[in-house]
Write a protein that binds this ligand. Structure first.
Ligand code: FE2
Length: 446
């Protein structure tokens, strides 16, 4: 008898819409078989009734160490990145290990409830005590049976422009981070910015780590550190192990430079992470009208073959007062913000919080719905990824390492409309036609 049977599901993105059964045992997906035969005996059976079986959401960019500190000790009234950094530098002296652990774990619990099972979190290491770093390394271990957590050594106040910044990033690598960060546009000079990338790449090479730099998060068309990062990624062979996050200056680049950059990024193999919630909020604050959107060139870079993921970035901290840790919300806002709203583009936005984000984290065979892979997945009561994004569907079940870790009831309202019998309404376009269920109409909606 196997541990878990998912009965009668449809695999998201599969060209074959036929229902399947998923067999799970020992925390691993044993096999995916057509749902036509006798169901396999199992300890736990989940009747999917045609729901979408998806690999879990992957959060490629969040700051767990600062989450839930908005308003402490003061609010970011201007809404700029710079006042956010100033507020954070006032909050940092109050950090304790337990304070960071409690807030980080609260956000991770929100994320798991929403179907997020892999998270890359930056942690500010411009703190001589490295208090938050040690806390998040402990959290990574505490949550490992549910969430795969990658930690990025993030030099919020610079590597070259902060006292002993280079030593702190080296020490973070020695203590066991997964990824090395940088913030070249924040360094005092352009030369320091270039040097900071060289230092981050060097540390990553010596410790065998990934690289994820906050790169050009500024509305300055002269901020072009991404070309340095991409070139370094190519020359060192790190390539897809390197990510440029934010890259909002790209939204201000002229057409000629954008053309050159698309070619360079396409050849480099690096990943981009766009954070639409936070950068729509932070950027353009120094503009009159017309006011820039402050986002990277998502549609054009996808066209050039560059891998892009959507990240949440901040949750209720000095840089962003909102947020619920829900990747499907990020996909919806990202679709609007980047104008990726054709049906195939909305499906691409779903991939940007699932398999494209997994590629950014270099999860490889540790991610996906296939025999032999870890049993991490979710069931979405939706017609398609497009439908899931449009209706902001919450997973009915989230399974981590073969165990159900979250479940949610259906969210349909019961409507009492004058002159009509009470009916269930959840925004599914096909439900009201001749009483058809969303499952009956599933293929037609593809
Ligand atoms: Fe960030």
């Amino acid at each position: 008898m196997i541990d878990l049977l998912i009965r009668d599901a449809r695999i998201a993105g599969s060209p074959d819409p036929a229902p399947v059964d998923l067999h799970v045992d020992g925390g691993v997906i044993l096999e995916v078989v057509p749902a036509t035969g006798e169901p396999a005996p199992a300890q736990v059976v989940i009747e999917a009734r045609g729901a979408l079986l998806c690999a879990p959401y992957v959060e490629p960019h969040i700051h767990l160490d600062s989450a839930l500190t908005a308003g402490e000790p003061r609010w970011n009234e201007s809404g700029t990145l710079w006042e956010g950094i100033a507020c954070w530098s006032e909050r940092k002296p109050m950090l304790t290990r337990q304070d960071v652990i409690d807030r980080a774990e609260e956000i991770l619990r929100w994320q798991v409830a929403n179907g997020v099972l892999f998270v890359r979190s930056h942690v500010d290491i411009t703190d001589p005590k490295l208090e938050a770093l040690d806390a998040l390394l402990e959290v990574r271990d505490r949550v490992k049976d549910v969430v795969g957590l990658q930690i990025v050594a993030f030099p919020q106040e610079g590597i070259c422009s902060f006292p002993d910044g280079d030593k702190l990033i080296e020490e973070a690598a020695r203590r066991g981070v997964d990824v090395v960060g940088a913030i070249p546009h924040f360094e005092d000079t352009r030369e320091d910015g270039v040097r900071s990338i060289e230092i981050a790449i060097d540390v990553a090479l010596r410790y065998g780590l990934l690289v994820d730099a906050h790169c050009d998060e500024i509305d300055d068309e002269q901020s072009r550190f991404i070309e340095v990062l991409a070139t370094q990624a190519m020359r060192t062979g790190l390539r897809e192990r390197v990510t440029a996050s934010h890259a909002t200056a790209m939204g201000s680049y002229n057409a000629a430079y954008s053309y050159k950059l698309r070619r360079l990024l396409g050849r480099s193999g690096i990943n981009l992470v766009c954070n639409p919630l936070v950068n729509l909020h932070l950027q353009g604050r120094f503009d009159g009208y017309p006011k820039r959107r402050g986002l990277l060139q998502a549609k054009e870079m996808l066209g050039a073959g560059v891998n892009i993921a959507f990240g949440h970035d901040d949750i209720m901290d000095p840089w962003y007062p909102l947020g619920t840790g829900n990747s499907i919300q990020v996909a919806l806002v990202g679709a609007h913000a980047t104008q990726l709203t054709a049906p195939s583009e909305v499906e691409e936005c779903f991939r940007m919080v699932t398999d494209r984000a997994a590629a950014t984290l270099c999860l490889g065979e540790g991610y996906g719905i296939a025999g032999g892979r870890p049993a991490n997945f979710m069931l979405l009561p939706a017609l398609s990824p497009f439908d899931a994004v449009r209706r902001q569907v919450r997973p009915s079940h989230v399974v981590a390492r073969g165990r159900v870790v979250a479940s949610s009831p259906p969210s349909a309202a019961t409507l009492h409309w004058p002159g009509r019998a009470a009916e269930s309404v959840d925004g599914v376009r096909s439900r009201d036609a001749a009483g058809a269920t969303w499952r009956d109409r599933g293929d037609a909606a593809r």
